[in-house]
Design a protein around this ligand. Structure first.
Ligand code: PMP
Length: 395
């Protein structure tokens, strides 16, 4: 039957690492692998109350009925107002499309923009789920170098920028590295995009999670004509609602609406109504986001302290200013995928870095996710990893 699969389906491979990581769901494993938000930061009471409100009012009919592909109008208005205020930029509700998680946005954007062998620029490393979404449309990836300050815009030549269909980037607390693109690089990137008519796909699920509450301007606010902005409620409400959004020019939104209609008609009405109830009451995010930041900053610091205490001096990592991830670099001769097999036998897990490259480039890095792991387990897990790495350095 395999030969009946389309070419598109045939080329998809399930990732070997995903298979290994299935064991990390076992309760006795200390897992720094999953990129899940912390359940203790979920606004349970507010979601319960909002659900009751929706189901006990006349909204129940709208919430259980088919709705517009673009999304629930009050929620689109709320998003437009929120972004306009937060980023000091003018977003109209007509520029907002609600999607079933920002993951769907990645798929729709791939469908809208990529013909096979089109050039797509990605930072290295980048979000695995974006590569999986775009892979279906068979682009040719061009890897853009990055360092601790994010991608290096000066390494993108004008020719490459002009030829590429788009550049995909996560400027804030990137998945997998936790890095944030500096303000001056944002300016350089945006100037290059404007000069070469390059589309920037700005994926920003972690933007609100800066521990100090110090936002840098989003690319969308610097170049609204060039940018397709992706937002998500997964990290500031809960991921199970499956709610994200795209903000772009009305021309892009119109095309994306056609594609979304074919994909799933619309994002579930019920979750949109519930989210709107939560978000529109008493400036909910103004109280809630600082709570998430506090929990995440504390766990991040705990992991940084543990790394400092136990890791051999040949190992390097970054100090994230927000988000959920730390990126660790080992000496070049240590392969992180091999290390994972051993780590799992000692009941610790992480995601090896090579998964996050469009072209498997670096094998000596890995991603640590810290927000769902209790503090005593963070310390124990890092100690075990450090001992294994130490052993490899000295043998
Ligand atoms: N983009 C990035 C960079 C992510 O890390 C994630 C979630 N892990 C997503 C998109 C997808 O998020 P969601 O579909 O839940 O909005």
């Amino acid at each position: 039957m395999h030969q009946k699969f389309s070419h598109r389906a045939q080329v998809l491979k399930s990732s070997a690492i995903r298979e290994i990581l299935k064991v990390t769901e076992q309760p006795d494993i200390i897992s720094f692998a999953g990129g899940l938000p912390a359940p203790d930061a979920f606004p349970l009471t507010e979601i319960k109350t909002a659900t009751d409100t929706v189901l006990q009012s006349k909204d129940i009919y709208g919430a259980l009925q088919y709705g517009p592909t673009e999304g629930y109008a009050p929620l689109r208005q709320w998003i437009a107002d929120y972004l306009s205020a937060r980023d000091q930029t003018a977003v109209k509700p007509a520029q907002v499309l609600i999607v079933t998680g920002s993951q769907q946005a990645l798929d729709l954007i791939g469908k809208m923009l990529i013909d096979s062998d089109d050039k797509v620029l990605v930072e290295t490393p980048t979000y695995l789920g974006a590569l999986q979404a775009f892979n279906q449309y068979a682009p040719e990836y061009i890897a853009i170098e990055s360092d601790s300050e994010g991608l290096k815009p000066e390494t993108i030549s004008d020719d490459v920028a002009a030829e590429a269909k788009f550049l995909y980037t996560i400027p804030n607390f990137q998945n997998p590295t936790g890095r944030r693109l500096t303000e001056s690089r944002r300016q350089t990137l945006v100037a290059k995009a404007k000069h070469n008519h390059l589309i920037l796909v700005e994926d920003d699920p972690y933007g609100d999670l800066d521990y100090q509450g110090h936002r840098l301007p989003c690319l969308y606010s610097l170049a609204p004509e060039n940018t397709i902005y992706l937002g998500s409620f997964s990290k500031i409400l809960t991921p199970g609602l499956r709610l994200g959004f795209i903000v772009a020019s009305e021309q892009f939104i119109g095309k994306l609406v056609q594609l979304k209609q074919a994909a799933d008609l619309h994002t579930p009405s019920l979750t949109q109504y519930i989210a709107y109830q939560v978000l529109s009451k008493n400036n909910f995010l103004t109280h809630h986001i600082p709570k998430i930041r506090e929990i995440y900053a504390k766990r991040c610091q705990y992991m940084l302290d543990s790394l400092k205490r136990y890791m051999p001096r040949q190992v390097h990592w970054n100090q994230p200013e927000g988000g959920m991830f730390i990126w660790v670099e080992l000496p070049e001769n240590i392969n992180a995928t091999e290390l994972l097999s051993d780590a799992i036998s000692q009941k610790v897990a992480f995601v090896p870095g090579e998964t996050f490259y469009a072209h498997a480039e670096k094998t000596n890095c890995f991603r640590l996710a810290f927000v769902t792991v209790p503090e005593e387990k963070i310390e124990r897990g890092i100690k075990i990893l450090a001992e294994m790495i130490n052993h490899r350095i000295h043998h």
